[in-house]
Design a protein. Structure first.
Length: 170
């Protein structure tokens, strides 16, 4: 005889809530269970797979997005909490083509399997917007929440340094 685990009422997938977010400059309205994360909402409801899903515990940084301009782990934010806020994903950063930061990631050979790169790019972009001339320690600190299984950290740091230098010449 088989038994079916009872889903608690507050996790019932039928309990959908309508949420309106601004994603990459466009208003998007989605209907999600109240326990669904922003990460899931972006990937599954809005259809933006650039934000990666990995640990779902705030440990790896693969899911990093900008929420009202600040880098956050989208796996730790409920979709309903993002109601009325502005979300920028890696797709939004590169809406007009590769950014200078992404170009420098490629030039530095920092992209290996690529899985962590969207999160790294979003975190690095946040750093450069808040501190346009970071030193190496500041770069490593800012990216310390973004894990790279391919261990391309040195090249990632070089890419951020090159972007900072490039922007300082504008
Ligand atoms: S998936 Fe969000 S921090 Fe790992
Ligand atoms: S490039 Fe493979 S996990 Fe970072």
């Amino acid at each position: 005889m088989t038994s079916t685990a009872r889903v608690p009422d507050h996790l019932d997938d039928d309990a959908l809530q309508t949420v309106t977010l601004t994603v990459n400059g466009s208003q998007r309205t989605v209907a999600v269970p109240t326990h669904r994360t922003l990460l899931d909402g972006l990937r599954e409801e809005v259809g933006l797979p650039g934000t990666k899903s990995c640990c779902a515990e705030g440990e790896c940084g693969a899911c990093t997005v900008l929420l009202d301009g600040k880098a956050v782990n989208s796996c730790l934010v409920l979709c309903v909490e993002a109601e009325g806020h502005e979300v920028t994903t890696v797709e939004g950063l590169s809406a007009d083509g590769l950014t200078d930061l992404q170009e420098e990631f490629l030039a530095a050979g920092a992209v290996q399997c690529g899985f962590c790169i969207p999160g790294q790019v979003v975190s690095a972009e946040y750093l450069l917007r808040t501190n346009p001339s970071p030193d190496e320690t500041q770069i490593r600190e800012a990216l310390s929440g973004n894990l790279c299984r391919c261990a391309g950290y040195q090249r990632i740091v070089r890419a951020v340094q090159a972007t900072a230098a490039r922007r300082s010449e504008r």
